[in-house]
Design a protein around this ligand. Structure first.
Ligand code: FEO
Length: 398
């Protein structure tokens, strides 16, 4: 078995999950996911986070391979979500003298999830834990991803153990470090991880980035995906960009259509955007493409145009799900267009207008609503909607 070193006595002991279809039982995992854990073999042996409990056997094999019969003295709990804390009970059974390290928000959750209340060490921001050679310093980063989330910094090696922050979907297929991997391949999965999992907490992410400024970091070791050591400015810049809702020039068109009329309007709008020189256009059928990918692209592009047929006096259900997710995540600063078909009593456009009022994005033009199939006047209005969006984008990105 390979030993994977971050330094002479710090080891990657994470596992790949290629079997789970949905992360948090919701977000698709077409390329799987890794649960990363790290072992520091110092005078005091310290584990940084654990792995999903489905992988406890493989996890213990990796630990045994490095420390043999030596006990583990500390487990740092950077985050209680069970993809990282899932093996804690097994660790306590195997190493009864182990001390769990977390902050004041960590342990009520640990009690709730696992009934564990003893052998705990509560640390505060800036506290140091001395392992011998390595000195660990802790910083809380609330809501990146849960209230108790924190990072652990080893001042000896300058490694930041960042948990969910700077993590990625996708298993680690041989390459563990960012310079062993084709970064372009993982960029989409890194962005999808951020936008899907942490994207609701952009202001918190900004505060966390401010907190980390000034720390001399040589490696970032997250709890999912690759370890950053050659592209730290790249991932830092991405996090600054995504968490500040900074977008590129482009349009995401999302539609819900039963009989093709709303889809025809979507295609008409998309074509006119292309005629006007917009190069990044994504048209998604909300009933087919998972919200995960749609949300990620909304974080990517400034323009969003949403179309819905009427459905029992409401929005089409799959479009409604997208709209609710946008509201839930509180995504800001987009240009918005609205269209749809009325059918026999309306509901799509009417409810999209309510969404527009609530989300407070910049509505670029009057909504376009057709009754049944697209006629000449609505074709012209669809072109006008596309032109209004193109005008805004051209002016904004000029
Ligand atoms: Fe990877 Fe929020 O857990």
């Amino acid at each position: 078995m390979h030993k994977i070193n971050l330094s002479d006595d710090i080891y990657y002991i994470g596992v790949n999950d290629r079997r789970t279809s949905l992360f948090e039982n919701y977000w698709p995992l077409p390329y799987g996911v890794s649960y990363n854990s790290y072992l520091i073999d110092d005078e005091k042996v310290c584990l940084i986070d654990t792995v999903d409990r489905k992988f406890t056997d493989e996890f213990f094999e990796k630990i045994d391979h490095i420390i043999g019969n030596k006990p583990i003295d500390y487990v740092i709990i950077n985050h209680v979500e069970p993809d990282h804390s899932g093996s804690l009970k097994a660790i306590r059974d195997k190493y009864p003298s182990v001390t769990l390290v977390g902050n004041k928000k960590t342990f009520p959750m640990i009690e709730n999830f696992y009934g564990i209340t003893e052998q705990t060490l509560i640390i505060e921001d800036g506290d140091t834990l001395d392992l011998g050679k390595h000195k660990l310093i802790f910083q809380t980063i609330p809501m990146v991803h849960w209230p108790e989330s924190m990072v652990t910094y080893d001042s000896t090696t300058k490694i930041l153990f960042s948990n969910d922050a700077f993590g990625s979907f996708g298993t680690l297929d041989g390459g563990i470090f960012d310079d062993e991997i084709n970064l372009a391949f993982y960029e989409e999965e890194t962005m999808r991880y951020f936008t899907n999992i942490v994207g609701k907490y952009c202001p918190h992410t900004q505060r966390a980035l401010t907190k980390l400024e000034g720390i001399d970091i040589e490696q970032i070791a997250p709890s999912h995906g690759m370890i950053w050591r050659s592209h730290i400015p790249w991932i830092m810049d991405k996090y600054k960009k995504w968490s500040s809702y900074t977008t590129d020039n482009g349009v995401v068109i999302i539609f819900g259509s039963m009989y093709g009329n709303t889809e025809k309007m979507a295609d008409t709008i998309a074509r006119q955007l292309a005629v006007r020189g917009i190069k990044n256009i994504r048209v998604y059928d909300a009933s087919k493409t998972h919200i995960s990918n749609i949300i990620s692209d909304i974080f990517k592009y400034k323009g969003v145009i949403i179309g819905s047929c009427a459905y029992n006096n409401e929005m089409f259900p799959s479009v409604e799900s997208v709209v609710r997710e946008i509201e839930h995540k509180g995504i800001k600063d987009h240009f918005l267009g609205i269209f749809g078909s009325y059918s026999w009593n309306g509901g799509g456009v009417k409810n999209l207008e309510k969404f527009a009022e609530a989300i407070k994005w910049n509505l670029v033009n009057q909504p376009v609503e057709e009754k049944g199939s697209m006629k000449q006047d609505k074709y012209t209005e669809s072109l006008a909607l596309a032109n209004a969006m193109a005008d805004k984008l051209i002016e904004f990105f000029d």
